[in-house]
Write a protein that binds this ligand. Structure first.
Ligand code: ZN
Length: 325
């Protein structure tokens, strides 16, 4: 495997399903790949610091040749504690990244022949957690910011009042006439206490932030942004013309949630779907699906494990999870 910055097709990642299928026939092959992703410049023993190829032991354990200390290959990754062959995880990562809109839990259960729907559902949530790059860059330049409402009844409620819908804050870079990179985050309400922290976690200071005249955005200039306000008055200039990018994102998000996942997503799980949508959207121009597989695998070995219980009942943290790359 080459440098993490410029992975090469056919060397660092498989470019087709056939190649992927051949590369990852055995668990040993999957373990080799994980090892190179975790230690791209060679295994470094966490016990004694020695650098050098370890002995590969049964069960995916690595034994240091210097101190003989053992290290679990999958500890701290999303594969930690799995009882299924790693090959099945690799197939799951391939299906998730090779299909334009991703795959539903039912679809994954069918294609992998998994015995239970819950397993497929949990795997997808673990993979979604790996879609957030911990050290992602902030959006910059000119950025549209608005909120949208997801789920619940399609009509009846208007404006910013909502009961059953989740509120999702949307930030979209202006890139020509269309959107560049995006960030999404579920927020508990539309007060400044929710909106300002969202902008600060998504957009670099000094950027132009374009919003409507909602008072929740009033503190942006004080927070170090160039605040561009377009007051949307009833009648003229509908919101989708003034803020075309965030409204495009919002409608694509809703279509994806209904189309791929049949809607019906509980609010506390929505954060992870936002992560997946953002991962896909920000890489929508990537022609190499295998590269997406590689990025997902890279992040899958870099994040902490997410036990089933933590996924089913995440602390309702009022949107502290930030959807990013
Ligand atoms: Zn050692």
């Amino acid at each position: 495997m080459q440098s993490a910055g410029h992975p090469v097709a056919g060397v660092d990642y498989p470019q087709t399903f056939q190649v992927m299928d051949e590369w990852f026939r055995s668990d040993a092959a999957c373990r080799d790949y994980i090892r190179q992703l975790r230690w791209p410049s060679g295994f470094a023993c966490p016990h004694c610091g020695a650098v050098g190829a370890p002995w590969a032991m049964a069960g995916g354990w690595l034994r240091c040749r210097v101190c003989r200390g053992e290290t679990s290959l999958t500890a701290g990754t999303i594969f930690e504690g799995t009882r299924k062959p790693l090959r099945m995880w690799f197939l799951a990562m391939w299906f998730v990244t090779s299909q334009k809109n991703g795959v539903s839990a039912l679809g994954l259960q069918r294609v992998l022949g998994l015995g239970s729907y819950e397993t497929a559902w949990t795997w997808l949530h673990k993979l979604r957690r790996a879609m957030v790059r911990p050290s992602r860059d902030l959006l910059s330049g000119a950025v549209e910011v608005d909120e949208t409402y997801v789920g619940g009844p399609e009509d009846g409620k208007r404006g910013r009042e909502t009961e059953s819908k989740a509120i999702v804050a949307v930030a979209a870079e202006k890139s020509g006439r269309g959107p560049g990179r995006i960030r999404l985050r579920r927020i508990g309400d539309v007060t400044a206490d929710s909106l300002l922290p969202f902008v600060q976690s998504a957009v670099a200071p000094g950027s132009v932030v374009h919003t409507d005249g909602w008072r929740g955005y009033a503190g942006l200039a004080e927070a170090g942004y160039q605040h561009q306000v377009t007051v949307i008055s009833g009648g003229s200039d509908p919101a989708h013309e003034v803020m075309p990018r965030v409204h495009l994102i919002a409608s694509l998000l809703k279509r994806w949630l209904i189309g791929t996942h049949q809607g019906g997503i509980q609010h506390q799980h929505l954060d992870y779907y936002l992560d997946e949508f953002t991962f896909r959207f920000n890489r929508r121009r990537s022609r190499a699906r295998g590269l997406l597989f590689h990025r997902l695998a890279q992040q899958a070995v870099a994040v902490g494990p997410a036990p089933y219980r933590a996924i089913v009942n995440p602390a309702d943290s009022n949107g502290s999870t930030m959807a990013g790359e």
